[in-house]
Design a binder for this molecule. Structure first.
Ligand code: ADP
Length: 439
């Protein structure tokens, strides 16, 4: 029998006994109602007495032992005690987990700040206190952007695009730089991960300066070498056995000059901070010139078409945009076969501006697509003379697009061709009217 059923049987037996006693009393007294009244009154009093004991215990159960009762009341007391024990166990476990979590976050080298929906500070760890110079007593409850008065941080938190981190100067006077990444969770709450990136940025600057200086130093001697090789290659008295090696050397010197120019361009782009300035750029005109040049260079080996679907331009840096578009067109030419068709298009699509180049060339295997914009990454090892490049073209494209808040989309099927598209947000579209006003 289940404990529940047993308690019920027990209670029913007691009630039955009380009724029997009442009947017996009624028979003795000669009045059944009085007998039953006395007996049931006693029974009720007994129950009330137990109820009062249980109630008394429930109110003070943290300090006193449970009452020693049997039957249904004993069952109730046992159930409540069990629930109470379970609750205490879970509470202690939660407390233990919470303490562990606090110890772990305190030991983390990165700062953590928890903000509520109003961007007020709810909690922060020791590293955050050091990095952001926060004081536990006075700063909890304050809005983070009132405390860290950095325009970039305010804009970052307002924009709500937390896909990447924002870098802000530290709160002191020194050269400290902090990277802050927001991670939203729950109902509009968020965690800020704060990291000191001063050293990292210093190393990055050193690396950039080194590449820029080395490239700069190499450019002049290479130009001289390439110039002499060109003169030698053009010399009619050049012995026949030297013609091929000289031509190969000249070709490699030209290639190295191109690598150096691309490296210098990349380092210029990396040094330029923030988004590109918004100067109106006449994209249709730029593309007409670019395509005319490309057609002249390729002659009849490629069919290059220009599909201009919009007269609008862009707001950005003309030289950078020209470099990015030229690199994509150059690749389409380089990685196409003779007679291959290349379609260059420009238009507005769903509010965004799109520059796209489609070719019917060698295409790119799917595994290479995610890495194409890495420096010196080359998908095709088929780098014959016509296809030798610097491996930096798409890295430049990526940087230019980043500075113009644009995105590079690549679709390709190996052996069938590729489509490279640059998608610019509506805020970067310079309408024809705006362009005319600027000119
Ligand atoms: P590269 O100077 O080698 O062309 P890029 O950075 O411009 O360097 O391009 C990186 C790699 O992407 C290239 O080496 C090539 O393998 C691949 N690629 C770029 N554009 C195309 C294209 N239109 N068709 C096929 N492969 C391409």
């Amino acid at each position: 029998m289940s404990p529940n059923a047993r308690a019920l049987v027990y209670a029913a037996t007691r009630l039955g006994a009380a009724l029997a006693l009442g009947l017996l009393l009624g028979w003795i007294l000669g009045n059944m109602t009085t007998g039953l009244g006395i007996s049931l009154g006693g029974f009720l009093g007994w129950q009330l007495y137990h109820l009062a004991r249980v109630d008394f215990w429930l109110r003070r159960r943290a300090y006193i032992e449970p009452p020693d009762t049997s039957g249904m009341w004993g069952d109730v007391v046992a159930q409540v005690s069990r629930l109470h024990r379970r609750k205490r166990f879970h509470k202690q476990r939660m407390l233990q987990i919470f303490r562990e979590l606090r110890r772990a976050t305190a030991a983390m080298p990165d700062g953590i700040v928890i903000l509520n929906a109003a961007q007020e500070i709810l909690w922060f760890n020791r590293a955050a206190a050091q990095l952001l110079r926060l004081e536990r007593r006075q700063d909890i409850g304050l809005r983070i952007d009132n405390l860290i008065r950095q325009e970039q941080l305010g804009r970052y938190l307002r924009n709500g695009d937390f896909s990447s981190a924002v870098t802000v100067p530290g709160r002191g006077d020194g050269p400290q730089r902090l990277s802050i990444q927001a991670v939203p969770y729950g109902e509009e709450q968020c965690i800020l991960l704060v990291r000191d990136v001063t050293q990292q940025l210093r190393l990055e600057t050193m690396r950039r300066d080194f590449v820029a200086n080395a490239s700069h130093e190499l450019r002049t001697p290479l130009t001289v070498i390439a110039g002499y090789l060109e003169t030698m290659a053009a010399d009619p008295q050049l012995p026949a056995e030297l013609a091929t090696p000289i031509e190969e050397m000249r070709h490699q010197a030209v290639r190295m000059t191109r690598v150096i120019e691309h490296l210098l361009e990349l380092s210029r782009l990396e040094t330029a901070e923030g988004p590109a300035p918004r100067t109106p750029v006449d994209v249709p005109q730029m593309l007409r010139t670019l395509i005319a040049d490309a057609r002249q260079r390729c002659g009849t080996t490629r069919q290059i078409e220009l599909d201009l679907r919009s007269g609008d331009g862009l707001l950005g840096v003309e030289a950078e945009l020209h470099s990015a578009f030229a690199n994509i067109v150059e690749n389409a030419i380089k990685y196409s076969r003779d007679g291959g068709r290349i379609v260059v298009s420009w238009g507005i699509d769903g509010g965004s501006a799109m520059f796209a180049v489609r070719d019917e060339g060698i295409g790119i295997a799917a595994e290479h697509l995610p890495r194409l914009t890495e420096r010196f990454y080359r998908a095709s090892t088929n780098g014959g003379r016509g296809r030798s490049g610097s491996g930096l073209g798409l890295a430049i494209v990526k940087h230019v697009l980043q500075r113009h808040e644009a995105e590079l989309q690549v679709e390709s099927v190996e052996g069938r061709g590729s489509r490279f598209a640059c998608v610019f947000p509506p805020s970067r579209i310079g309408t024809a009217a705006l362009r005319k006003a600027a000119s």
